[in-house]
Design a protein around this ligand. Structure first.
Ligand SMILES: [Zn+2]
Length: 307
């Protein structure tokens, strides 16, 4: 019986943060627990075995930045831009999370679909991090697939509400990777970078208009670029209750988006992997309800009764 691969490590949620820090670090464990509880038998769990190696990180990032972050020599100003205080624990968590996305790419190559229960560090640039992102797992997973000859044309399809500015700069010089970002124009980062295709939507956008943008964009890019692998950032900060999003997508809208992306990949027989991306609400249960739409959609499209 086919079980959809999901990648997890308890360290995803293990990060001691200053009191009142806005980042909902508990969400990863909460989502993982929810998936196992709600869909017993539908998913096969793959634990991340080891942290990502420096040489792998160097496929995208400059050595001095990698070394400074890992050793703790990185400046306080640089950490401020990332948004977390530097700790050994944070380094470990970061390296396991990135390793998780790379592992997810390998599993999707083998099985056609795989999900990482974290990931989507699209604000990480080659030589600096920002917006809760240190190393660009999306660009790294793409490079790894290309280097292993497991793909020749990788589409990074980023639907987080914030622009994938770091992914754009990390992949700018590589014509084998096509970067698409569908984001809210009036949102972080203030200074946008140039993806291969940027769609900056207006504030307060609602389900129907949003879903037709996602569908038309994906259809167009698949027929024009002809990817043989899709990396999907399924950020849910598009949700109407999100603290950092500015558009008005419902939970049903999130489910419909994830389903349409998976469905198009499946129909075109293109392997697809997804990361959960951004999502910010103080109420972890409510936030988990929205993140849960991704595994729910994967199950609807790739589940054993739908193959
Ligand atoms: Zn975001």
């Amino acid at each position: 019986m086919f079980q959809i691969p999901i990648v997890f490590h308890p360290i995803y949620s293990q990060l001691t943060l200053p009191r009142n820090h806005r980042f909902p670090i508990e969400k990863y464990q909460a989502l993982f627990d929810r998936v196992l509880h709600q869909y017993p038998g539908d998913f096969k769990v793959h634990q991340v075995a080891r942290p990502v190696h420096e040489d792998t990180l160097a496929k995208v990032h400059v050595r001095s930045y990698i070394n400074d972050f890992i050793s703790g020599e990185i400046s306080e100003k640089s950490m401020k831009r990332i948004g977390f205080p530097w700790t050994e624990q944070f380094v470990k968590r970061t390296r396991f999370a990135v390793a998780g996305t790379i592992k997810t790419a390998q599993l999707a190559f083998e099985h056609g679909i795989a999900l990482n229960m974290t990931g989507g560090y699209h604000h990480a640039h080659p030589d600096f991090g920002s917006g809760f992102c240190v190393f660009n797992d999306l660009a790294l997973a793409a490079k790894q697939l290309l280097d292993n000859d497991q793909a020749s044309r990788v589409l990074i399809f980023d639907c987080d509400v914030h622009q994938g500015d770091g992914t754009a700069t990390c992949c700018a010089s590589d014509s084998r990777i096509y970067t698409v970002s569908i984001h809210c124009e009036k949102n972080f980062p203030a200074r946008k970078q140039q993806s291969d295709w940027d769609i900056g939507v207006d504030k307060h956008l609602e389900d129907d208009a949003y879903l037709s943008i996602v569908s038309d964009t994906l259809e167009t890019v698949i027929s024009a670029f002809k990817p043989d692998f899709i990396i999907y950032d399924a950020g849910i900060d598009i949700h109407r209750d999100d603290d950092l999003g500015l558009i008005n997508i419902s939970t049903d809208g999130v489910f419909a988006r994830d389903k349409l992306v998976f469905n198009m990949a499946k129909n075109m027989a293109i392997p697809i992997m997804a990361v959960i991306g951004g999502g910010y609400q103080r109420d972890i249960d409510a936030l988990t309800d929205v993140h849960q739409q991704l595994p729910r959609a994967a199950r609807a499209i790739f589940g054993v009764n739908n193959r």
